[in-house]
Design a protein around this ligand. Structure first.
Ligand code: SF4
Length: 264
């Protein structure tokens, strides 16, 4: 459990890390998790998670969390709780207790009357249609949920270079499309310089066109978040994009896919 003031949340986000063992079927070049380090073994214990989240939410409700020195310099307008987010050191939906964890978070959110607080899933999207994950999404969305799914590429070539996943881009797009037909999805897209080169125009166009394909297939995309690296990744050839280049990517999304795009 890790409470953070998140730029995109404009407030406190209570993060739930379901992958202390760093399990992920992607191996993104920009990932901040150093998988060369020894793994923390052991499954997430749902009872311990419930106890920890319950305690954390009690501090949120009585606002004692904001008296912690860690939040001493946080502006008053950000001293609000925006969400409980399933995210962390791997892919949350790959965790066997993800469905149970969503139910726990929904129950405790209701217990503490945090009806406006969102339940956010930050995902690489590849497991979304699996029956147990899809059922958990139903619970998430019944409880002020949001699904933030990652798409960083528009071609298999770029996907292989950036996400280095065990699945294809088309698998991920199919998976996100099927979920987006049921629920609106926020797309998160990270762009960067690789070996000091900005992304090729054709790659950015292809990315926008894949988003347009999702919409044409009946999927709903609530918005597209275009952002870059905020902290140093483990791979040295990966560096942040400039603000102007991020705006360029967002403008291509607006023009070609006719979607709302914001940069961070
Ligand atoms: S999907 Fe997320 S956790 Fe997995 S490798 Fe990529 S950035 Fe890291």
């Amino acid at each position: 459990m890790y409470p953070v003031i998140a730029r995109r949340s404009r407030g406190l986000s209570v993060g739930i890390n379901l992958n202390p063992d760093t399990t992920c079927n992607f191996n993104c070049v920009y990932c901040q998790v150093d998988r060369g380090q020894p793994r923390r073994e052991g499954d997430v214990n749902p009872d311990a998670l419930a106890e920890e989240l319950d305690r954390m939410l009690s501090w949120v409700v009585d606002r004692s969390i904001f008296t912690h020195p860690h939040f001493a310099h946080v502006p008053d307008e950000l001293k609000r709780v925006n969400d409980i987010a399933f995210s962390g050191d791997g892919e949350p939906t790959a965790c066997a207790v993800f469905p149970q964890s969503v139910r726990i978070a929904a129950r405790l959110k209701a217990k503490w009357s945090l009806h406006d607080v969102k339940l956010v899933l930050i995902t690489n999207g590849s497991y979304l249609p699996e029956p147990s994950v899809a059922a958990a999404l139903d619970v998430l969305m019944e409880n002020n949920g949001e699904i933030w799914a990652k798409i960083d590429a528009g071609t298999e070539e770029h996907f292989r270079a950036v996400n280095r996943a065990k699945v294809s881009l088309q698998d991920v797009l199919d998976s996100i499309t099927s979920t987006a037909r049921k629920y609106p999805v926020v797309i998160q897209s990270l762009w960067m310089r690789l070996h000091d080169e900005r992304p090729a125009e054709a790659q950015v166009h292809a990315f926008a066109d894949r988003l347009r394909d999702i919409v044409r297939a009946g999927g709903r995309i609530a918005s597209v978040q275009v952002y870059t690296i905020a902290r140093k990744p483990t791979e040295p050839h990966v560096t942040p994009l400039t603000g102007a280049d991020l705006e360029w990517v967002a403008s291509v999304v607006r023009d070609r896919a006719k979607l709302e795009a914001v940069t961070y």
